[in-house]
Design a protein around this ligand. Structure first.
Ligand SMILES: [Cu+2]
Length: 300
């Protein structure tokens, strides 16, 4: 049965939240994690996209997409799928492809006035300041105007979304960070018909100042567009985003090389991102979680 416009909300156990065994006292403290799950599933033709928001006790916010359903297939000569597909059953090939997603995040980190900082980890060269070769540090750059930014695995780049008005107990701006772990390199050529229609997929983070009519990364009518509208065009306005109502557009995806195990119905393939508090709280915010017992456990 298909239920239109349905949203599911439930809470579930998520394993260990934190734990420590003190070897001097031989005492253990452990707390279990729970998360609130808000989900909905969109069926798009042959495919399902199950969208999950997870709200964790430690303040982490996660978004996860589970791709499932029936993969796109074509007939082939048995044993000869060619280089652009995988034979998933005799005479049936699944096309090599990618899924690109963009989350429009209308940020409000401790208020509407936010600031975006790009953070890169740098290695200190071997020498007097790094005699053992194990010193590294992060550099921070405030992104003051609208732009598209790229991930950088070489520096473990992440982006910090700060409040422009609130500080934590250490005197630093309260913030959340995004590490683009679910991003993939797009392999569709930018000048191809598909590439021209989705220029936003070639950057992993777009930053704009909030405007209520700028809602879709590929423009209002993506399926019939010429590629001129969308977030890549919004940023050409060059608006200031330092201390403004910032919208972050995060692009992530799935690199899908079909397997025999994806046929005839595909187990979920997952991707997504996390927004993690970084100095948003003054201390671990889960210290007041009570311990829980398990009646089935024989350990006291
Ligand atoms: Cu796929």
């Amino acid at each position: 049965m298909c239920m239109p416009n349905a949203i599911c909300i439930h809470e579930e156990d998520d394993g260990i939240l934190w734990k420590h065994w003190d070897f001097r006292l031989d005492q253990t403290e452990v707390r279990r994690a729970r998360r609130l799950v808000i989900s909905t599933i969109a069926t798009v033709g042959n495919y399902e996209y199950a969208c999950y928001w997870y709200l964790y006790l430690d303040g982490t916010i996660e978004f996860e997409i589970k791709a499932t359903g029936i993969i796109n297939t074509a007939a082939c000569e048995p044993g000869k799928p060619g280089r652009y597909g995988t034979e998933v059953a005799p005479g049936v090939l699944g096309h090599i492809h990618q899924h690109h997603f963009c989350a429009r995040l209308d940020l409000a980190v401790d208020g509407d006035r936010n600031r975006v900082v790009e953070c890169d980890t740098q290695v200190q060269p071997l020498g007097p300041d790094n005699p053992y070769g194990n010193a590294f540090y992060t550099t921070q750059m405030i992104l003051k105007t609208e732009s598209g930014r790229e991930r950088n695995p070489d520096t473990e780049r992440y982006w910090k979304f700060e409040s422009a008005t609130a500080n934590n107990a250490l005197g630093h701006a309260t913030a959340y960070k995004l590490h683009p772990e679910g991003s993939v390199r797009p392999f569709v050529h930018p000048e191809s018909p598909s590439g021209r229609r989705m220029p936003f997929v070639y950057k992993q983070l777009w930053l704009t100042r909030h405007h209520p009519q700028e809602r879709y990364p590929g423009g209002e009518f993506m399926n019939h567009c010429d590629g001129s509208a969308g977030v890549h065009q919004y940023v050409t306005q060059g608006r200031n985003i330092d201390g403004e109502d910032v919208v972050a557009w995060h692009v992530f995806g799935l690199h899908h090389l079909p397997r025999p195990e994806d046929f005839p119905v595909q187990p979920v393939a997952k991707t997504g991102f996390k927004l993690v508090p970084v100095g948003f709280f003054d201390v671990n915010p889960t210290l007041d979680i009570p311990p829980s017992g398990n009646n089935a456990s024989t350990s006291v």
